[in-house]
Design a protein around this ligand. Structure first.
Ligand SMILES: [Zn+2]
Length: 146
């Protein structure tokens, strides 16, 4: 029974996991690495990770979860954000294919209220409460002398 429930969680989250696997394979083609940890496929590093890390803050991320896949810009980000991302894995197991629309709707509601659509997102608030993310996602840019 426990095995059947666990399998059902993987099947329910599978559409998102497949998207994550496609992105993970793209990361591998750019020199990224992968591993399986606690039932989750993790991809990190490589040129894709470096490119994402270099994006402007509003577009970039240090790690993200899609179903049972975690994508991180590098090994350090993965290690520091793993617990937080695993809260998102549990959310995907609960919400399945509805997770991404629900996540986006939550961000939209916060944005329309004039709040931060990321930090005030219901799912992020839950993830930060259960597993605070302490990763400083990128060093401060050096000041340019004029
Ligand atoms: Zn998060």
């Amino acid at each position: 029974m426990v095995v059947a429930l666990r399998l059902l969680r993987y099947v329910w989250a599978l559409p998102n996991t497949l998207v994550g696997l496609v992105l993970g394979v793209i990361a591998l083609l750019g020199g990224g690495r992968w591993r399986i940890h606690l039932g989750v496929v993790e991809f990190y590093g490589g040129r894709v990770g470096a490119a994402v890390a270099a994006l402007p803050r509003v577009l970039g991320f240090s790690a993200m979860t899609l179903g049972h896949v975690i994508l991180a810009v590098d090994r350090s980000a993965l290690a520091q954000l793993r617990r937080h991302e695993h809260v998102h894995v549990r959310q995907y197991e609960r919400w399945g294919p509805l997770f991404v629309p629900a996540y986006l709707l939550s961000s939209l509601v916060q944005l329309l209220r004039g709040r931060n659509p990321y930090r005030e997102n219901h799912f992020e608030r839950q993830a930060y409460a259960l597993a605070p993310a302490r990763y400083r996602d990128r060093p401060a840019r050096p000041r340019v002398a004029e």
